[in-house]
Structure formats: structure tokens, C-alpha cells
Write a protein that binds this ligand. Structure first.
Ligand code: ATP
Ligand code: MG
Length: 251
């Protein structure tokens, strides 16, 4: 059984069909990228999986539970973690405390003591390479370091599925490579599935994802192994007739 299954999921905003009859599966430990031009429905799809929106039609099954109409706050304890596009750490709290907060609200939930939460935080601080910032206020970090803390906070919740919302938007290639390496390491060590919404950052898609779902005008256009998806004629066409590599140069 797949970890996550979307079946014929549709979401409308008034007369606009933002997500149109979309179905796909995510297997345990799999890395899937969801890409597509502006307005394709990526963010809406993301918000249907994490419960910010409920679909008008279709079903969403996660780890054996029908979560189609489950409120967002009940999804995290089942093992759906997410990062936010713009990290907002508690600025005066330390890096360690920020990540520990994730552990306290995660899948281990009420059973997690403060000591245990700190222990989990230390594990992820070492993993993201921010050990020397452990006891510094998170507000003083660079934007990339804040992004890493945001990912660590989500991981400390011990999700089975991590949803990453444009985790690399606006970053330079060096930072993208660093985050991609980190995410891969985490995937390999923690065996969690990762679904990333990626905006035009083909460098990240090519290095990170095993499979790519390409959205176009609310519908699923292509669902294939990464290399096949990125060289698919239909995909190149929706990116304004440009090969995806050229988009990379534009960031
Ligand atoms: N809350 C909302 N109310 C009304 N329309 C919305 C809402 N959210 C999204 N839409 C519309 O739904 C469509 C899909 O939007 P969505 O944000 O999911 O696309 P996207 O693929 O994330 O685009 P982008 O690459 O620009 O982030 C767009 O036409 C958008 O204007
Ligand atoms: Mg979006």
C-alpha cells in the first residue's frame, strides 16, 4: 500500500478549477517533486495534502487513514510534516529550542519530555551542520540557516511524509546544492517520504527527485521518473517552449 494516495482530487475556487481530477501515489521513503508553471495548482495541491484546504471531490488516503476531510492540526500527529516557504523561527529562542518545539508537537506528541525534545533537536542540529549555532538566538541566522532550521524543526516532528514548500526558492546554486545534499542524507537516514514543490529550479529537481509530477492548468500533465519527465515534450512545451535547462539559468 502506498504511503499517500490521491484519487480524483478536485478543488475549485468559485468557477476556477485550481486542481482538476488529480490522482497519484507516494511510496514510503520516496522523493517526489511537483513542478509546473505559475498558476498550475502546485500550492493548492500541497494545501489539500496538509489540510489547509479540503477537496470538493476525490479522496486522500495517508498511511491507511482517510484524511480527506481531516482538519490540518490532526494531520501532523499522523506523520505529515511540512515546511513553510518563509521560515518564521522564534527569533529570541535558540536554534536548539526552535527545533525542540517541533519535537514537542510531533508524532511522539504528548509523550515527548523536554529532555527528549532537546535530544532530538541536537540530533538534527548536527545533521544540518549548525552545531556552532546551537545556543544562539535563531533571529541572528542567515536566511539559508533559517531555512535549514525550518527543515530541522519539521524533521524533529518525526514525519513519515515531509512536504516541502518551495524550500529553495530565491537561493543561489551553492545553497541549493547544500540543501539538496542535506535532504537526500535525511531521506536515506530517516527513510521518510519527501514531496517537494519546486518552482522552476530544475537543478534541484534533477538532483533531488526520483519522480516528478508536472502540473499544468490544474491537471496532472506528466507523472514519470525524473529524467523522462524533464525531457518529456509536453513538459518542455508548457515551459513556454523552452527546454527546462534554460529555465535553470533564470533561477
Ligand atoms: N485562495 C484562493 N482563492 C482563489 N483562487 C485561488 C486561491 N489559491 C489559488 N487560486 C487560483 O488557483 C490557481 C492555482 O493556483 P496555485 O497557487 O495552486 O498555483 P501554483 O502552481 O502554486 O502557482 P505559482 O507557481 O504561481 O505558485 C490559480 O489560478 C490561482 O489564482
Ligand atoms: Mg505556488
Amino acid at each position: 500500500m502506498p504511503l499517500l494516495s490521491l484519487r480524483n482530487v478536485t478543488k475549485r475556487f468559485g468557477g476556477l478549477v485550481a486542481v482538476n481530477n488529480v490522482s497519484f501515489d507516494v511510496e514510503e521513503g520516496e522523493m517526489l517533486a511537483i513542478v509546473g508553471p505559475n498558476g498550475a495548482g502546485k500550492t493548492t495541491l500541497f494545501n489539500l495534502i496538509n489540510g489547509v484546504f479540503l477537496p470538493d471531490e476525490g479522496t486522500i488516503i495517508f498511511d491507511g487513514h482517510d484524511i480527506t476531510r481531516l482538519p490540518a492540526f490532526k494531520r501532523a500527529p499522523l506523520g505529515i510534516g511540512r515546511t513553510f516557504q518563509i521560515p518564521r523561527p522564534f527569533s529570541s529562542a535558540t536554534v536548539r529550542e526552535n527545533i525542540a518545539i517541533g519535537a514537542m508537537f510531533g508524532a511522539e506528541g504528548k509523550k515527548t519530555s523536554v529532555d527528549r525534545a532537546m535530544e532530538i533537536a541536537d540530533h538534527y542540529i548536527d545533521l544540518i551542520g549548525l552545531s556552532e549555532h546551537r545556543d544562539k538566538p535563531a533571529g541572528g541566522l542567515t536566511p539559508v540557516e533559517k531555512k535549514l532550521v525550518e527543515i530541522a524543526r519539521a524533521l524533529a516532528m518525526k514525519p513519515k511524509l515531509l512536504l516541502m514548500d518551495e524550500a529553495m526558492a530565491g537561493m543561489n546554486p551553492k545553497d541549493i546544492d547544500y540543501i539538496v545534499d542535506f535532504v537526500r542524507k535525511v531521506r536515506d537516514e530517516e527513510k521518510i517520504a519527501i514531496v517537494a514543490m519546486v518552482e522552476h529550479i530544475m537543478r534541484a529537481v534533477a538532483n533531488l527527485a526520483e519522480r516528478v509530477v508536472v502540473m499544468h492548468q490544474g491537471a496532472k500533465l506528466v507523472d514519470e521518473e525524473t529524467e523522462k519527465a524533464l525531457t518529456d515534450k509536453r513538459v518542455i512545451e508548457v515551459y513556454l517552449g523552452k527546454p527546462p535547462e534554460e529555465k535553470n539559468a533564470e533561477g
